[in-house]
Every structure is written in structure tokens, then in C-alpha cells.
Write a protein that binds this ligand. Structure first.
Ligand code: FES
Length: 181
């Protein structure tokens, strides 16, 4: 991925609508510096588009008036930001210490087997993307996974099967609560 700007006066913005730019301006008003508004602005864009392509990152940088590399660094460092397309349900399984001690490793194998994909991949029907992440901040309820905006705690293989079945049965327009976070 390049951070060289292609968003110029010639091509013009293609992703951030006037309304989104207005919201970004509102967001910046809540912080002492415009740099501090990068993360909430990225959340706003990701909520709209599902993931953050290069052009969106560049337009966010341009809207905030900050160097593109600042936006790029944040978008690629934090696992809550997707810089490639993800499935309708983005599973993020924690494999950090507390979860690992409580069988997160075997739960990962279970998920890979059930979904027929490896970590970092998306199912052919576009329903599920499987990722492995660092601590989700819920160690007391380990093992934990996050699917879009929802945490699933004290996981077991049986519990995961049930969760997957529930998600598969969810109507296509009934999952917005779970829009990529
Ligand atoms: S180690 Fe998994 S939530 Fe903290």
C-alpha cells in the first residue's frame, strides 16, 4: 500500500461526502489537536465503507489537514481498523496470554476447521473473516472473541458453533449492529 496521495485537486475526493467531512470537523472540535481526531474519523469512515482503502485514508488525512503517514500508521497499527475488505462478520479471536492459557489455540483451530479458512482469510460466501488479535481487554472472561462490535466471552467450541449458526441465520439487513467496527 502506498501513502502517496492520488487525491488531488484533479481527481477530487471520491469517498468522504460533505456530510462526513462536516462530521469530521465536528469531531476535531472535541480535541486539542487535529491529530487526536484521526482515530474517530477513521471509525466514521470504516462504519460507512466497511474497510479503509488507500483513497479513504488519503481523504481522511486531507480532511483533517494532517500528514498522510499519520493516518496510515494508525490505520495499519490497530486491529480494529480494516485496510482490506472483510466479511460481513469479522471474527477477531484473542490469542494473548490469558486467552491462550484457556485454550484459545484450540479454539482457533476449531474456528479454522468450522469455517474452512485460515486466519486472515474470508469465507467464499463473504460471511466471515477470521483474524487473530492481541488482548481485547476482557481477560477475566477469557477466552474471548469479538465479532464486529460484539464481545463473546468464556468461549467454548460448542459455544462457537452456536454463535456461528446464529450469525448465519441472521437476515442480511439485520446485522448492521455488527457493522465492521
Ligand atoms: S488476553 Fe484475551 S482478552 Fe486479554
Amino acid at each position: 500500500m502506498t501513502v502517496e496521495s492520488e487525491v488531488s485537486a484533479e481527481s477530487g475526493p471520491r469517498f468522504l461526502t460533505k456530510e462526513m467531512r462536516k462530521k469530521i470537523e465536528e469531531i476535531t472540535g472535541r480535541y486539542p489537536t487535529r491529530r487526536s481526531a484521526i482515530m474517530p474519523s477513521l471509525f466514521l469512515a470504516q462504519e460507512e465503507y466497511g474497510y479503509l482503502c488507500d483513497e479513504v485514508l488519503l481523504e481522511v488525512a486531507e480532511a483533517l489537514g494532517v500528514p498522510e503517514v499519520w493516518v496510515y500508521e494508525i490505520a495499519t497499527f490497530y486491529t480494529m481498523f480494516n485496510t482490506t475488505p472483510v466479511g460481513r462478520f469479522h471474527i477477531k479471536l484473542c490469542t494473548n496470554v490469558s486467552c491462550l492459557l484457556l485454550e484459545a489455540g484450540s479454539l482457533l483451530s476449531h474456528l479454522e476447521k468450522r469455517l474452512g479458512i485460515a486466519r486472515g482469510e474470508t469465507t467464499g460466501d463473504g460471511l466471515f473473516t477470521l483474524s487473530v488479535v492481541e488482548c481485547l481487554g476482557s481477560c477475566d472472561t477469557a477466552p474471548v472473541m469479538q465479532i464486529n462490535k460484539t464481545y463473546y466471552e468464556t468461549l467454548s467450541a460448542e459455544g462457537i458453533d452456536q454463535i456461528l449458526e446464529e450469525l448465519k441465520a441472521r437476515p442480511a439487513d439485520g446485522g448492521r449492529e455488527g457493522a465492521p467496527a
